[in-house]
Design a protein around this ligand. Structure first.
Ligand SMILES: NC(=O)c1ccc[n+]([C@@H]2O[C@H](COP(=O)([O-])OP(=O)(O)OC[C@H]3O[C@@H](n4cnc5c(N)ncnc54)[C@H](OP(=O)(O)O)[C@@H]3O)[C@@H](O)[C@H]2O)c1
Length: 267
């Protein structure tokens, strides 16, 4: 599994959703590699625990506690990176929320909330960070999902928000060509985190359990490592997990069979 990750020493990084799961693992690995970090999340206690772990690994860091959908929080993340570290080399757009409901039962506010966090917050933060990323010939790392490639039942808004990320960041990658700044989109399959427990039901309440419990899942540490290695190499896209490869290839080669398979799984 070990792949070399060479960002250069002291890489100035913003990581959203750093208080849990994949974001916490990305922050920890970056800290171990000597990065300087601005970490974001809403849960003060959880974010502090990750920050302590990163500081113990020797990282210089700042934390910004707050809802990432707020413009002031997005601005604060960029301002802290610039004030404390003088710029931004790596922006990790990782924060996200999922759902579990049939589309007919999905309240409009829940559809919009999922887009606010997964899409609009990442878009706005990226635009604020862009001048610094360009001047540093930096990297944008986007944590999408297998659902960014394939629509899956009971995850309609989640899949739509992840597809939207692909549209935005694929376009931005091309706009950035010649600047030295690059975009890497990572699409993991199942990862053992809190995301399904926190997933929103149609009425906006958290579902409270992991509906994929019992499945084989990747660890957040593996995903973090592979995602950072891909960004370091300035890869365009990385698919992670057998289910992601099967779904992606299936959607191209045997789309009807894949629909049938997903319909059965989503029942
Ligand atoms: N786990 C999987 O199976 C899987 C698979 C594919 C893709 N992904 C993607 O991986 C990313 C990370 O998810 P995870 O699996 O690590 O889930 P997680 O453990 O639930 O972590 C989600 C993170 O996002 C943050 N977040 C959510 N809403 C936020 C908001 N409004 N403002 C600020 N921060 C917010 C959370 O912070 P607070 O708790 O502090 O609010 C938390 O740090 C997501 O984009 C998810 O879609 C996950």
């Amino acid at each position: 599994m070990a792949q070399s990750i060479s960002f250069g020493a002291g890489v100035r990084s913003i990581v959203t959703g750093a208080s849990s799961g994949i974001g916490a693992a990305i922050a920890t690995e970056l800290a171990q590699r000597g990065a300087r970090l601005v970490l974001s999340g809403r849960d003060l206690v959880a974010l502090d625990a990750v920050a302590t772990r990163c500081a113990e690994a020797g990282a210089e860091l700042e934390t910004v506690v707050g809802d990432l959908t707020a413009g002031a929080v997005q601005q604060e993340l960029v301002d802290r990176a610039v004030a404390s570290f003088g710029g931004i080399d790596l922006l990790v757009n990782n924060a996200g929320i999922s759902m579990n409901a049939r589309f007919a039962e999905l309240a409009d506010e829940v559809l919009r909330e999922i887009f606010e966090v997964n899409f609009f917050a990442a878009a706005a933060l990226t635009r604020l960070a862009l001048p610094y990323l360009i001047s540093a010939r930096g990297r944008i790392l986007v944590i999408s999902s297998v659902t960014g490639l394939v629509g899956t039942p009971t995850r309609s808004a989640y899949a739509a928000s992840k597809h939207a990320l692909h549209g935005l960041f694929n376009a931005l990658r091309i706009e950035l060509s010649g600047t030295g700044a690059t975009v890497t989109i990572v699409c993991p399959g199942f990862v053992r985190t809190e995301v399904r427990r926190r997933a929103l039901r149609g009425d906006g309440s958290p579902q409270g359990n992991d509906d994929a419990e019992g499945r084989r899942m990747m660890t957040p540490e593996l995903v973090a490592h592979r995602a950072l290695a891909a960004a370091a190499r300035r890869r365009r896209r990385l698919l992670l997990g057998a289910e992601t490869h099967v779904a992606h290839l299936g959607s191209i080669l045997v789309p009807r069979a894949l629909d049938a398979l997903l319909a059965k799984a989503g029942r």
